[in-house]
Design a protein around this ligand. Structure first.
Ligand code: M6P
Ligand code: ZN
Length: 186
């Protein structure tokens, strides 16, 4: 017997298609993510209502040995000069790793180890990024188009957002003189 696959994946656009019950879709507006930006002064309602990013993930059981697969769509823009970014996280099971593959757009992958040492990798179409365990990861969109990134990670990894909410990343990226500029944080 030949069965159809559970879902299809459009490698050009990142679109995951399948039964609604099989795909998790989530979106975050700027009002949902505002706390992660350095300067939150003077934002109008239209800015707060803008989409910061959305994700589509194929539903799988979060078991040891499993894999999750999905797409992040990170919108372009800045908040008082700071580029739109994802929340970023460590994995709750700290040794779990992940791949990112950029399909479209341009940006930076910010990585940070437990000693708060940071580095970045340039994200551009076809760039493939390996994120080892115990390394926090966040995407930043430095372009004027949606940054589309496929992600595949251990399905039991979980997300540790709390560490980032408490301590932040040790670098932020601002658009200064039109260019992505790192500003180190304490
Ligand atoms: C990728 C994966 C997901 C993650 C998503 C958004 O698709 O890393 O696990 O949830 O990006 O990133 P974040 O959870 O940091 O907002
Ligand atoms: Zn991750």
């Amino acid at each position: 017997m030949i069965n159809l696959s559970r879902a299809t994946y459009d490698i050009q656009s990142g679109t995951l298609t399948g039964k609604d019950s099989e795909i998790v879709r989530a979106q975050r507006t700027i009002s949902n993510t505002l706390g992660m930006y350095a300067n939150r002064e003077g934002l109008d309602q239209a800015t707060l209502d803008r989409l910061n990013y959305r994700v589509e993930v194929l539903k799988v059981d979060e078991v040891e040995g499993g894999l999750q697969f999905g797409t992040s769509y990170l919108y372009p823009g800045t908040i008082n000069g700071e580029y739109f970014m994802t929340k970023g996280h460590y994995h709750a099971i700290t040794n779990r790793s992940e791949f990112y593959l950029c399909l479209k757009g341009e940006g930076l992958l910010v990585l940070m180890d437990r000693d708060r040492r940071w580095w970045t990798e340039k994200v551009m179409p076809n760039s493939l990024h390996y994120i080892p365990g115990d390394v926090a990861h966040r995407l930043i969109n430095t372009s004027d188009e949606i940054l589309t990134v496929l992600a595949c990670w251990n399905s039991d990894a979980g997300h540790d957002y709390a560490s980032i909410e408490e301590e932040g990343f040790s670098v932020r990226y601002f658009k200064i003189d039109g260019k992505p500029t790192p500003v180190e944080q304490g």
